[in-house]
Ligand binder design. Structure first.
Ligand code: CAA
Length: 265
């Protein structure tokens, strides 16, 4: 079954051309992520990655108030030391699958992106924020810390000093500030948010998919490497792309003044 047609209890999946729109759908709890939803998210991610017709993903939350309000606190309250560590590892694994996706993943942050919701947005490659977006890591107010990658990804995006201030104070970061510190790529009126995210995703799908995948891999893997090693990785990917039909098509199309028809090989 394709990622676009699978049915899930807490996710809604819709295709817009080559772009999949995934909506986290637990409106009664502001789309909080319980274990069942994370399990579905992982199954969805695997199906999406396997679906050659779908070339980009937009993630958003149901309703007008919240992207994802975090991990489900009712479930967290029942965890002990061993199960909490396992739950954290599981959430990290699911979000890692999205971050390591060779197809671009864009968050359309339509309201609260708190705790695990902020961490989900951080695992996406690009974050578009509605004017009503509110980011934050309130975990320390609950006596825990971010467990789905937040202590690692936020500092890489906004710098350690800002990340520590946000994490330790648990304060909320509104859309304008998120834009100013690089947590959001753009701020958009709420009514246009999803369309703008789909439009950006569609623009990316017109580019060579192997090149997009290689740019993602070189950038993401490189961010954890010394610059010399990152540049070696870049050259290796640059070399591999030169052996693809897509590269020849891209350059030929430029010289012939026409749009390229990439085939992903
Ligand atoms: N888990 C479970 N239920 C949640 C939830 C969450 N993360 N966030 C909201 N809800 C539920 C509320 O309990 C409420 O349910 P009831 O109607 O049954 O009372 C419903 O959603 C609506 O929420 P509110 O009435 O609180 O709505 P509000 O507009 O007054 O406030 C909010 C909105 C500021 C987002 C507030 O709901 C809130 O603070 N939510 C919790 C945010 C949070 O702390 N997230 C971090 C969770 S921990 C985590 O994510 C750990 C990790 O890193 C893995």
């Amino acid at each position: 079954m394709s990622s676009a047609t699978s049915t899930y209890q807490n996710l809604r999946v819709e295709s817009r051309g080559a772009v999949t729109v995934l909506t986290v759908h637990r409106p009664d709890v502001l789309n909080a992520l319980n274990h069942a939803t994370l399990t579905e998210l992982e199954a969805f991610a695997l199906a999406f990655l396997d679906d050659p017709a779908q070339r980009a993903l937009v993630i958003t939350g149901a309703g007008e108030k919240s992207f994802v309000a975090g991990a489900d606190i009712k479930e967290l309250a029942a965890l002990d030391a061993a199960s909490a560590e396992a739950a954290s590892r599981f959430g990290q694994r699911v979000f890692d699958r999205l971050e390591r996706s060779p197809k671009p993943v864009i968050a359309a942050v339509n309201g609260y992106a708190l705790g695990g919701g902020c961490e989900l947005a951080l695992a996406c490659h690009v974050r578009l924020a509605g004017e009503n977006a509110v980011f934050g890591l309130p975990e320390v107010t609950l006596g825990i810390i971010p467990g789905y990658g937040g202590t690692q990804r936020l500092q890489r995006l906004v710098g350690l000093g800002r990340a520590l201030e946000i994490t330790l104070s648990a304060r909320r970061v509104k859309a304008d500030e998120a834009l100013a510190i690089g947590l959001a790529n753009r701020v958009v009126p709420p009514a246009q948010l999803l369309d703008e995210a789909v439009q950006l995703a569609t623009t990316i799908t017109r580019n060579g998919p192997l090149a997009v995948a290689a740019a993602l891999e070189a950038s993401l893997s490189g961010s954890g490497l010394r610059i010399e090693d990152g540049q070696r990785l870049e050259s290796a990917r640059f070399g591999l792309l030169a052996a693809t039909e897509d590269m020849h098509e891209g350059m030929k199309a430029f010289l012939e003044k026409r749009p390229a028809q990439f085939k992903g090989r």
